[in-house]
Each structure stands twice: as C-alpha cells, then as structure tokens.
Ligand binder design. Structure first.
Ligand code: TF8
Length: 337
C-alpha cells in the first residue's frame, strides 16, 4: 500500500460502500484540486520546475492541495487558457507578458523592443518597482500574480529564406508574432508584415509557409522543434519576455492562509530555479540548434533601434503605457523616447 505523502498510514476500510477497500490510492482526495495549464511540453524548464513545485505543495500541505498540470495546449491555446483562468475553470496559467497584455495592457511594458540589454537590468526591474506596478494592474482584473516572474528568455528571430542581419532585412518579411498589439506595432515599425497567431500554430504556419519567420527565445525554438522548419537564427535579443504565474482571484482567496503560504513559497522558489535553468540553456542550446541545421548570426541592435525611433514606436508606446510605467522602465534601462 502506498499512500500519498502525509496521508494516514492506515487506510480505514469503508463499510457498506465496500468498493473502496483495496483501492488505497483513492482513499484520500485532496481538499483543493488546482488545475494549471500552459502551452509547453513537460520537457521545458517551466514544466519541470512546476512539477517540482506541485510535489512540494502536496508534501507540505499533507496532501490537502493537489496541483495538476495540463501542459502542451491540452486545454486550448493561450487565448482560451486566459479566459479559463478568468472564469475559474483553470486555477493557474503562465502567459507570456505579451499575452496577458491583451487583458492588462501595461503588462507588455517589459517587451518594449530593444529596451533591456541584460538579465541584471531585467530582474532588478521585474523584482522591483516595475514588476510591482504590473502585478498591481493584474490584480485589478480579478487575477492574482505571484511575486516572482518566470523566465521565457530574450526573444530571437528565425527565418526560412535569408538571414536577418540589419533592420533593412525586415522589409516585407512575413513574420509570426504572438497575439500581442505591442509585437504587431513593433514589427510594423521595423517594416515587416507581422501576423498574430497562437503559439500552438507556429510550427504548422512555418511549415505551410503561411509565414516565413517567427521570433521566440532559444529554449522555445528547441522544444517546439522550430529548427525543422527554419534555416536562420538572428540573435537579435529584441524583447525580454517572461511569464506571469497567475491564479484565478477567487480560487486564490478561497485557499486558507497557511495553504496560500505553502503554495506561494513553492511557486516563487520554483520560479527562481527556473530562471537559472533558462540562463544555462541559453548558453548550451545554441550549439545543439546549430547541429540541427540552424545558421546563426548576431546583428547589432543599432539599425533596429534607429528604425523604431524613426517610426515613432517609442513615442507612441510611451503614450500608451503612461508616464508612470514608462518612467519605471527608463529608470531600469535608460532613456528610450
Ligand atoms: C509565443 C509566446 C511563447 C510562450 C511560450 C511558448 O510566442 O510568447 O514564447 O508562450 O510559453 O506565443
């Protein structure tokens, strides 16, 4: 007999109902069953670390809280999961900042093109005032955002026909971007022809040549096997992207405070470990992708930034995000507009 961690060692026999005798694994149901959905396979650090957090939560709550992971778009694409976490059908979801911004516009602020240049800047801002500003905005739409953002990575461009070496190579390029107004505006500003598609459609849209290019961090390019349908990768680092680990507000408030503490500690700690995983992967994955046929180049950000400035991109988004949020961003990365 193997009871779940913390469950009573002896499983009481059930009299008249009988059926439960001999089926110890259903002898104790969790009091709180929390569903977590995301769009990545279990091999990505997001799920590896979430799985560890789920195990820790089960153990520390003595089996009262069970977190069940639904990876790989099992519950639908990002847009579906975002509405499920709002309605409560889903307890947890980890949208990219770009995606949650369809609901909370200021959440896209970390994704302003060519703003962050390294992780020191990123975590200082997102663990500091800029992150607090965004979390507060997320709380206003009935969602709870855990304190620590998880890392998606710096986004890089991949293409099928020719490498992207300067901003001039962007002209007319059909590039898939997430469902994100900021991404659309930025790539239009660069002269490209961006199209918003769910992440679940990226591989097939490249394969069928609906689009010629896409942009994502290297670990995503690897787990989604995009090297099979792309030839070039430009290490443009054009956006730093992270995941907000969010919860349905009512479900979160419905957890007793001691359980909230257990869950929050496990998730925030897992997030910190996941940041380390992505940093390590960023260094190791390139060689692997090269061996699988991707040709890399490293463009200078200068021509891209200049083109965005010329297109009025920074001035426009400063207006959209507002002076307060923009001020916090510039405090972290220096003057942009
Ligand atoms: C996108 C997203 C992705 C993430 C990741 C797959 O490109 O931003 O980078 O959602 O979880 O749609």
């Amino acid at each position: 007999l193997k009871a779940i961690a913390g469950a009573p060692a002896a499983i009481p026999a059930i009299g008249a109902a009988g059926a439960v005798i001999g089926m110890p694994h259903i002898a104790r149901a969790a009091e709180y069953e929390l569903k977590y959905g995301n769009n990545l396979p279990m091999t990505h650090p997001l799920n590896v670390r979430a799985q560890q957090a789920a195990e820790r939560i089960a153990k520390e709550s003595n089996g009262k809280v069970e977190v069940k992971i639904f990876p790989n778009n099992q519950l639908g694409g990002d847009t579906d999961m975002l509405s499920q976490v709002r309605s409560g059908g889903l307890t947890f979801f980890t949208p990219s900042a770009l995606v949650i911004a369809t609901l909370v516009p200021v959440a896209a602020i970390n994704a302003v093109g060519f703003a962050f240049s390294d992780y020191d800047q990123v975590w200082k801002a997102m663990d500091g005032k800029l992150g607090a500003h965004v979390r507060n905005a997320i709380s206003k739409v009935g969602l709870y955002a855990f304190e620590k953002m998880w890392d998606n990575g710096f986004r890089q461009m991949t293409s099928g026909d020719k490498p992207i070496t300067t901003a001039a190579d962007m002209n007319g390029l059909k590039i898939r971007v997430p469902v994100s107004p900021l991404s659309i505006a930025m790539f239009k500003g660069l002269g490209a022809a961006p199209a918003s598609l769910q992440f679940s459609e990226v591989y097939s849209s490249l394969q069928t040549r609906i689009v010629d290019a896409q942009e994502n961090p290297l670990p995503i390019i690897q787990v989604a096997k995009l090297f099979e349908v792309q030839k070039y990768c430009s290490l443009s680092n054009h956006i730093w992207d992270g995941f907000w680990f969010i919860a349905n507000g009512r479900a979160w408030k419905g957890l007793p405070p001691d359980m909230q503490t257990i869950v929050a500690n496990a998730i925030n700690d897992a997030g910190m470990a996941q940041r380390g995983d992505i940093k390590t992967l960023n260094q190791s994955v390139k060689a692997d992708l090269e061996s699988k046929g991707l040709t890399f180049n490293q463009p200078s950000p200068d021509s891209f930034r200049a083109k965005l400035r010329e297109a009025g991109f920074y001035a426009e988004w400063k207006g959209r995000f507002g002076d307060e949020a923009w001020g916090l961003l510039e405090e972290a990365v220096g003057k942009l507009a």
